[in-house]
Design a protein around this ligand. Structure first.
Ligand SMILES: [Zn+2]
Length: 106
């Protein structure tokens, strides 16, 4: 790859395209039971995101520990406990808690 610098918005656009492709492949890999490939795809997508300073699409969820895409009903469990959504990775057991009912906060 050439070292020539792209303008930031051009890099971001290309990055977004490539991230979208990689994440699609990652979800497909999970469905095919190829977790090793899925982890590789997510790692690459994150790296592109950092390089081009774009974020992964907000709808895409993955385990922060083992980088496996989290697909509810397939490889992770999602439970509601009062104020938090608790997502547990089915592969490494990492737990992620995201608060909801923000308006209830005092
Ligand atoms: Zn995990």
């Amino acid at each position: 790859m050439s070292k020539r610098r792209l303008p930031r918005n051009a890099a971001a656009r290309i990055g977004n395209e490539r991230i979208a492709i990689l994440l699609e492949l990652a979800e497909q890999a999970v469905r095919d039971g190829r977790d090793d490939r899925a982890i590789r795809y997510v790692t690459l997508a994150r790296r592109i995101g950092m390089k081009t300073r774009t974020t992964l699409p907000p709808g895409f969820r993955y385990c922060r520990e083992c980088m496996l895409p989290m697909i509810p009903g397939s490889n992770c469990s999602v439970r509601l406990t009062g104020r938090k959504v608790v997502s547990t990775c089915g592969s490494c057991g990492a737990v992620r808690r995201v608060p909801y009912l923000r308006e209830n906060r005092k």
